[in-house]
Design a binder for this molecule. Sequence first.
Ligand code: DGY
Length: 327
Amino acid sequence: TMPTMPNKPKILLARAIFPEVITHLEQFFDVESNQDDHIFSSTELIEKLQDKDGLIATGSEPVSAEVLRACPRLKAVCNQAVGYNNIDVAAATKAGVMVTNTPDVLNETTADFGWALLMATARRITESEHWLRAGKWNKWRFDSFLGADVHGATLGVIGMGRIGQAIARRSMGFDMQVLYHNRSRVSPELEARANNARLVSKEELLRQADHVILVLPYSKASHHTIGAAELAMMKPGATLVNLARGGIVDDVALIAALREHKIAAAGLDVFENEPALHPDFLTLSNVVLTPHIASASEPTRRAMAACAAANLLAALLPAAAGALPPN
Ligand code: DGY
């Protein structure tokens, strides 16, 4: 007779994922996947997790105290994201559930995208393309689509973590000055690598920066870091990029500031209540809108998936994880 396999831990993959990740995980786990990519409600999540030891989630699934309380077998929640504001970490800790994220693997890709958004916003790339596609280009004009300069300007980075540092480093090529605001000062070595970034108050940064980029995690403390009062401090020609999370910016206040040209333009990859956008964003020409894709390069999304899978293995089967070569 065949030796019986010991029971594998059971896991749920909350969203569609690269097939090779499923094949890899099936070596170690009894996997329930969700390749039709339906987003589970809290009720569905609770139902699916009754017999599960682990969950691979994304920012779309609310792993709330209620969900954690209702799933006593759960031991690990591994987010396929660096942000983890969808998870109640305090409730997880209390319940003995390990929580992991995917730091580092997306730093450079996300910083690249921050620059794409900043440049598109400052130089009015999507606005002018829409105009061109609408058949409105009938002559070259000296004063068409005048934008803000990026080179030689002052960059304000709010949130000087790994992604903020990667963004600041790239500004060396544009001969920029960098101001940053952060919970604490980063080391002088890291400041030097980040184009000699200088720590200032949020107010000073907003008053002096020509381009402000938000790369801080969302929490109750960072809710509406940028609201009407902060927008009023910015230069009239300034641009704002949000690469981090909806809710860090007060969208209603931003819409008013853009409409009244209190600032020149904004580039947004994230929104309050996404994927539902405040409809007024769609009526404004001085905003660049992208659907939360800053880390979405092919290699980086694969690296994020591999990282989450490795985290789950380390959490539920540490002995097996130790036997694998590092990825
Ligand atoms: C992240 O990694 O936090 C991105 O926002 C994708 O969810």
